[in-house]
Design a protein around this ligand. Structure first.
Ligand code: HEM
Length: 384
């Protein structure tokens, strides 16, 4: 845990070792005034910079401001440490061009080509009330109260300019983003994050995660503002866990392509052994099945593409049939969703054996600008 710097070349909360908790909120901008939008983003920057350093949202804090005004911090994190809080901001396509084509904020000429409208993937069952949005704020921390406090105070600061469209609470990381972390498990009970892109692979991050000068140079509009940034793909994937739990261990492992205990590829070896897709069993069938998740998601079947996965488990109560509304809130950071997400999701949605147990119920794609440069913000403990 501890404290992560808010400023830097890239925003925190991407290669930062995945914290254990997530609270993510998508916002609709309600003002039509560009100045109001700019002011909101400035307020958010100041507050996020403070909160990530363990400070209150405003200089007075929850209990020492003017007696006849609401406190400038809501208070529930007053005695808690920063708990590794990171706050990451992103912009949806609708911020640049509204669904009806209007350019509310004069931003249409800054829309990056890669900030596409995601296609409808086979078997998508998306709920519009859990999808899209003009702005996204991802708060991650090792204490859920700290993450919720961050979103609550940012949402409060958005009053009159933006309102929450949807939120998602996540409680157990389903990936590792650093080799120093152990691999956690998703709600299918499998290790998740084994073959993820990690902070210790800077060259791979440049190739697969960060938007480069070259991308901006080839864009049809001016997207140079996004150099050093990335794209956040969010998918709320419900898991039919009751059905899964009645499935044999053999079938579960075959669908994933790895063992449930160790997380080793079915072609042999240990957790970190690369799968060998050529190895066949006695009947000549591949040990890592043709419809297994790991085979279909592997770079060798996706033009060498990798992504930085940073998702969380979720459980949002139950449905009327008594089944848990639970699953994986998939988050991935990629340099270009057209090459690094859409093709892979198309393949997975069509061919992945796991899909029998999955239903995508929410979706969002956001451009994540680079970080606020070091030294450009003052957030001292003196309350500034
Ligand atoms: C790997 C589970 C959705 C992309 C894995 C692994 C598991 C897993 C158990 C193996 C361990 C690892 O390397 O992390 C799941 C579950 C999902 C899901 C339960 C849905 C609820 C997705 C989606 C994508 C994706 C939507 C991308 C569109 C990948 C990739 C790998 C992977 C790229 C690494 C493959 C490799 O290089 O070996 N997933 N996954 N997963 N998954 Fe998923």
């Amino acid at each position: 845990a501890g404290t992560y710097p808010f400023t830097g070349r890239h925003q925190a909360g991407i290669v930062t070792p995945a914290q254990d908790r997530l609270y993510l909120a998508s916002f609709d901008v309600t003002t039509d005034d560009r100045e109001d939008l700019v002011a909101l983003l400035q307020r958010w920057t100041t507050i996020a910079a403070r909160l990530t350093q363990g400070l209150s949202a405003g200089p007075y804090g929850a209990a020492s401001g003017p007696y006849d005004a609401p406190p400038d911090d809501t208070g529930e994190a007053a005695d808690l440490p920063a708990a590794g809080l990171t706050v990451t901001f992103g912009f949806g396509r609708s911020l640049f061009v509204a669904a009806d084509g209007t350019d509310r904020f004069g931003l249409a000429d800054r829309l990056p080509d890669a900030l596409v409208e995601l296609p409808h993937f086979p078997a998508d069952a998306l709920d519009p009330a859990r999808s899209d949005g003009d702005l996204v704020v991802q708060a991650c921390a090792d204490d859920p109260q700290v993450a919720v406090h961050a979103i609550r105070n940012l949402s409060r600061a958005a009053f009159g300019a933006a309102t929450i469209r949807w939120t998602q609470l996540g409680y157990g990381r389903t990936s590792s983003t650093s080799t120093a972390q152990t691999t956690p498990r998703n709600l299918f009970g499998f290790k998740d994050g084994t073959a993820n892109l990690k902070a210790e692979e800077p060259d791979e991050l440049e190739r697969h995660v960060w938007v480069g000068e070259d991308a901006a140079a080839h864009d049809s509009r001016d997207s140079s503002w996004l150099v050093g940034g990335t794209y956040l793909v969010a998918r709320r994937i419900r898991m039919q866990i009751e059905t899964w739990d009645r499935t044999s261990l053999r079938e579960q492992e075959a669908l994933v392509g790895r063992t449930k205990g160790e997380g080793a590829p079915l072609s042999g070896g240990e957790e970190l052994t690369e799968p060998d897709f050529e190895v066949t069993g006695r009947e000549g069938t591949p040990l890592v099945a043709l419809n297994s998740h790991v085979r279909l998601a592997h770079p060798t079947h996706n033009d060498g593409v990798r992504m930085l996965r940073r998702g969380y488990n979720f459980t949002d109560g139950n449905d009327s049939l008594g089944r848990l509304d639970a699953g994986l809130f998939f988050i991935a950071f990629v340099r270009d969703p057209r090459t690094h997400y859409v093709p892979m999701q198309t393949t997975l949605s069509r061919d992945d054996g796991l899909m029998e147990y999955l239903q995508h119920t929410g979706s969002g794609l956001f451009a994540v600008p680079p970080g606020v440069p070091d030294g450009s913000l003052v957030t001292g403990s003196d309350g500034t």
